[in-house]
Design a protein around this ligand. Structure first.
Ligand code: ADP
Ligand code: MG
Length: 587
């Protein structure tokens, strides 16, 4: 072993840079966050030279000329000063590492001016050494990073194509822009404007600025406050009628800081359980406001992971807020009407994570229009949530019936019901709508009524199938089924739930076995799905007006009227605008 020697500051900084600056987007993240922390209301990011030249200009506070050398040295920050401050962090940065790291792996020029000075300061750095001079410039800061990783051949080799690296930067900027609607952002690539937003936007306007495709009609506002624990969640979430093919558009922020938040993701997952087809994801932007003393943002060098003092409480709070926004009901307490209104997302400061959703390749949006041709049964996993679902039950009140604001036009193809609504022409899949209603009804009713079968055939099955059904016997009984084993390969149905008394037991068993798929996980859900599917009116079944009225009335009352328990869409609205535009009329 050689003798020990002390590393130079330059090398120490390069080692530290390895943790924080992984790729060009990491530089953008650190610098844009500094601009946000400096109170900037305008931030312009310009990328060139295959993402190795990065220029960030802001109109923030600027840096005092006497502080500049400190700003570029390690563990120097204006954001915290003692250990207590670590539990009271209101800025995105606080570790005082980013600038020191960046100047050790790139050539950096900083031009900055604070409002107290008539002149600005220009600092040039190379190999961690900074040179300072006076200059004329506007209040704010311009950071120019050139030749990123010029002295890091290995890092350089591991960079992806300029196009991919820019895609990371763009995703990061979208996320920052969504977490700070109060700031105007511009992102340029080789001189071309890629993102350009206004200032003082509310969140909905910001979503529109970032995603040009208009899907606002599919967004539901989320707003919930817990006064006692000082938690507040705000944002938007898409109804299941709109899906995306990747998780990229699930944005989660904590105190406006971009973070990987498994608890938030889990709450979203659970709220959408059984509502989205496999491989489809919602569009979500959520910001959780939580007292800074209840969350540790210092769990990871890039600050993308956080720890909570009370994760279970937070999970409950988040889940119930999302579930309520997705449900078709309103709060029964009259003071709580806020979640119906579209609320602006106004808040200041905080941070990002450029690596969260980056592994997804393509992200395409789908507005569910077509009826799926073949039923798809999606495996329903038991929830792994750390809390029992009961604990976040909220008292709900059905919408009043006289608020009826639709008119049934008729049936199409003996499969769809056509409805005139204020918004346009709604096409409802009769089978799936009815199935959703029955599913929810069965789920909420324990002791479902059963019908005694006076005449019932003996069903011949495989031994393993008989075994499986016998193991499920008690659960089946609670839904109104009574089965008996006649022999190792034979069973007989004595009773079935009343609502499916007209279905042949042999068909029920076949469907049940398909859904159970050889194991008894989530048995209750599988029985529910089988029963509601069997009980619902079929596609191709002629309905008279009265039957349609009943079916639609019941369906409109459901908690989740958008998708069936398998995740298929239930209805599609052709908006008045769409129809008028097709016929060249002014809507
Ligand atoms: P941190 O953000 O963790 O404090 P940085 O190395 O990113 O550490 O920045 C060091 C300091 O430089 C900051 O604390 C801040 O005072 C100053 N600074 C950096 N960028 C800016 C900016 N754009 N405007 C004003 N001050 C800045
Ligand atoms: Mg910083």
């Amino acid at each position: 072993m050689k003798r020990i020697n002390q590393l130079s500051i330059h090398v120490i900084n390069q080692i530290a840079a390895g943790e924080v600056i992984e790729r060009p987007s990491s530089v953008v993240k650190e610098l844009v966050e500094n601009s946000v922390d400096a109170g900037a209301t305008k931030i312009e990011v310009s990328i060139s030279n295959e993402c190795r030249d990065i220029r960030i200009a802001d109109n923030g506070s600027g840096i005092h000329p006497d502080d500049i050398e400190l700003a570029f040295s390690k563990h120097a920050t204006s954001k915290i000063s003692n250990e207590n401050d670590l539990w009271n962090i209101h800025t995105l940065g606080f570790r005082g590492e980013a600038l020191a790291s960046i100047i050790s792996i790139a050539k950096v020029t900083c031009t900055t001016r604070t409002k107290e000075f008539e002149y600005g300061t220009r600092v040039e750095s190379q190999n961690s050494v900074v040179k300072k001079s006076q200059t004329g410039c506007a209040i704010g800061t311009i950071m120019e990073v050139k030749d990123l990783f010029f002295n890091q051949p290995v890092r350089l080799k591991f960079l992806k194509s300029a196009k991919t690296e820019f895609a990371y930067i763009q995703e990061l900027m979208q996320s920052i822009a969504l977490s700070h609607p109060e700031v105007a952002f511009v992102l340029k690539n080789n001189g071309n404007n890629i993102i350009s937003t206004g200032q003082n936007s509310d969140l909905l306007t910001r979503i529109n600025e970032i995603y040009s495709s208009s899907f606002v009609e599919f967004l539901r506002p989320i707003e919930k406050t817990d006064e006692l624990s000082k938690l507040k969640i705000t944002g938007y979430t898409s109804t299941p009628a709109y899906t995306r093919s990747s998780k990229k558009a699930i944005y989660t922020f904590i105190n406006s800081r971009m973070v990987k938040c498994p608890i938030l993701l889990k709450a979203i997952d659970l709220a959408y359980k059984n509502m989205l087809p496999h491989g489809k994801y919602p569009f979500v932007v959520l910001n959780l406001e939580i007292p800074t003393s209840d969350v540790d943002v210092n769990a990871h060098p890039t600050k993308r992971e956080v720890r909570y003092k009370n994760p279970n409480q937070i999970f409950n709070f988040l889940y119930s807020a999302i579930d309520l926004a997705l449900s078709n009901r309103t709060y029964s307490t009259d003071k709580e009407t806020e979640n119906i209104n579209i609320l602006p997302f106004t808040q200041t400061s905080k941070e990002s994570d450029n690596a969260v959703y980056i592994t997804e390749k393509n992200d395409t949006a789908t507005i569910n229009t077509e009826r799926y041709s073949a039923p798809q049964i999606f495996p329903v996993k038991e929830s792994q949530s750390p809390v029992p679902q009961k604990s976040f039950k909220i008292e709900l009140e059905p919408q009043t019936e006289d608020s009826r604001d639709y008119n049934i036009i008729g049936q199409y193809y003996n499969t769809y019901i056509l409805i005139e609504t204020k918004a346009g022409l709604e096409i409802v899949d009769q089978h799936i709508a009815d199935e959703r209603y029955i599913y929810e009804k069965l789920k909420s009713n324990k002791n479902n009524a059963s019908q005694l079968l006076l005449i019932s055939d003996i069903l011949n099955l495989e031994t393993s199938e008989v075994e499986l059904l016998m193991q499920a016997k008690d659960k089946l009984m609670s839904f109104g089924y009574q089965i008996e084993k006649i022999s190792a390969t034979q069973i007989i149905f004595r009773k079935v739930p009343q609502i499916i008394a007209h279905i042949k037991p042999v068909d029920i068993v076949a469907e049940l076995l398909v859904n159970i798929k050889g194991n008894l996980d989530s048995l209750e859900e599988k029985i529910l799905i089988t029963t509601s599917c069997k009980a619902a009116v079929k596609a191709g079944e002629h309905l008279n007006l009265w039957q349609m009225e009943e079916l639609i009335k019941n369906w409109k009352k459901t908690k989740h009227p958008y998708t069936c328990p398998h995740g298929r869409p239930i209805s599609k609205t052709l908006s008045n605008k769409e129809v008028a535009a097709f016929f060249n009329r002014n809507a």
